[in-house]
Design a binder for this molecule. Structure first.
Ligand SMILES: Cc1cc2nc3c(=O)[nH]c(=O)nc-3n(C[C@H](O)[C@H](O)[C@H](O)COP(=O)(O)OP(=O)(O)OC[C@H]3O[C@@H](n4cnc5c(N)ncnc54)[C@H](O)[C@@H]3O)c2cc1C
Length: 97
């Protein structure tokens, strides 16, 4: 890290180490979102498992969730993100990166 800092942020390269903290976020097995209606409860929508790239999609996720909540058909095909794609799959555990 100090080697990288020396070339990018030289003033920090020799600084005192203050501490560190693991950064965790959810990763789905295929690293795609889980987004859409709950398979068993039509009045519940799911939006999670953003696999480290949810923030930049916040506005479109909001649009989709608003459509689902109001009974409108979302403007996007949500099949890729269906919770059903994991049916029958064994639970996975994987450290964030
Ligand atoms: C280190 C890091 C880097 C990332 N970099 C990027 C990036 O470069 N680009 C990108 O697009 N995405 C990035 N992401 C992913 C992005 O931050 C997430 O996908 C996004 O924030 C998920 O939004 P969310 O609303 O689902 O959950 P969150 O943002 O986690 O919001 C959940 C909220 O619910 C609150 N909450 C939890 N439990 C309760 C409860 N019981 N009652 C009330 N409130 C509760 C929490 O306090 C939190 O405010 C990164 C994530 C991390 C951790």
């Amino acid at each position: 890290m100090r080697t990288w800092l020396a070339s990018h942020l030289p003033s920090l390269a020799e600084g005192a180490w203050v501490g560190s903290k693991p950064c965790l976020y959810t990763l789905t097995p295929d690293e795609h979102f889980v987004l859409g209606p709950h398979p068993s409860y039509a009045n519940v929508s799911v939006a999670c498992g953003f696999s480290g790239h949810g923030f930049k999609f916040a506005s479109v996720l909001g649009e989709v969730l608003a459509d689902l909540a109001t009974g409108s058909k979302p403007a996007y095909d949500l099949e890729l993100f269906s919770l059903r794609r994991f049916e029958g799959a064994a639970p996975l555990g994987r450290a964030g990166h």
